[in-house]
Write a protein that binds this ligand. Sequence first.
Ligand SMILES: [Zn+2]
Length: 59
Amino acid sequence: MVSNGNDTLQSETTNECAVCGAEIETDTWHIVTAETSTDSLITIRTFCSEGCRDRWEEI
Ligand SMILES: [Zn+2]
């Protein structure tokens, strides 16, 4: 079977809260943070609320 390459095109963008796992509709306002790790990879984290963002920062 020949792959058409679509399997590699999945977006890395998450649509669930990084803390509680609640689904987040990406067409509505939500909180995101971008973290840059030591190897220059940027990780975008999505949160359903400021409360969850604050919890993440405490971890
Ligand atoms: Zn949450």
